[in-house]
Design a protein around this ligand. Sequence first.
Ligand code: ADP
Ligand code: MG
Length: 322
Amino acid sequence: MGEFELIQRYFAPLALAARPAADGSGVLVGIGDDCAIQRLPANQDLALSVDTLVAGVHFPVDYCPRFLGWRALAVAVSDLAAMGAQPVCYTLALTLPAADKPWLRGFAAGLANASQQFGIVLAGGDTTRGPLTLSLQVHGTLPGGQALRRCGAREGDLVCVSGSLGDAGAALDYLNQTGLSADAASVLQRYHHPQPRLALGIALRSVASAAVDVSDGLYADLLHILQASGVGASINLSALPLSAALRRLKGEAAAGFALQSGDDYELCVTIPESRWAAASRELQQQLTVIGRVQKEPGLRLNAGAGMVPLQRPGFDHFAAGD
Ligand code: ADP
Ligand code: MG
């Protein structure tokens, strides 16, 4: 199977859903030309982000291709959620050791599911031979000037997170196991099928003062907001949202997973108290207040009985000593 046939068979079908919106914006030219063409709606900004996943670094070498298709797009789209952007289209740069048909079929199926779920279409890409590596560049739009930035947190704002944290990190223990308990299967599902908080990101545009998606762990990602905003925060460890499955699996250690393990793709945001009070009940129900922004830089963990020992603040590919 040649490169052309591979693209036509597995990836061109994913681009068929590309249809300009009623206002004429969207993907005007998709796969098959030298560039894809995207038209922006009037007065909208383009949010763009690229994420690379390397086999053996970001996912196990023999990882299920269907799960990989979902995960790769979910991880990339989560950055759009964090900025409050609406997904439009993406490109896929795929490096493959071989044109393995069952692998390609599974991967394309996972990608198709995720594309449909997140309302984003494939607009083009690049295909090369080499060690398995994927890069997905995602494009989203948002009303001019309304992007949720990391730099807007102010003293007194509430620190909030969506969903629950720590499940995906706890799942790493079970990746290669069979005969899993219901709890282990439940956290593993969070690893295989992350759900980027797209609708929540959009709803937070006019509410949050700063936002980040939790990819490297709450501690590390909240620090990004604090540093970009020139502030600090205190968080209450007993307020961290933990799933019942994580509590049962990890007991006392559950909060440590929520703080330090990545791959959850929830949102961490800061919200001025007055806007929180005025927010809809529906919005409030999607978030848990875990702390407050303070003037003094740094992140303080209020554990009630004492401090929780932290081994490292989050995953860093080039951390000293690695
Ligand atoms: P060029 O050599 O001009 O860069 P290519 O031969 O690499 O073009 O690609 C031909 C067309 O197929 C382009 O429109 C490109 O966007 C698309 N394409 C290539 N690889 C992929 C892929 N993995 N997924 C989606 N589209 C792809
Ligand atoms: Mg070309």
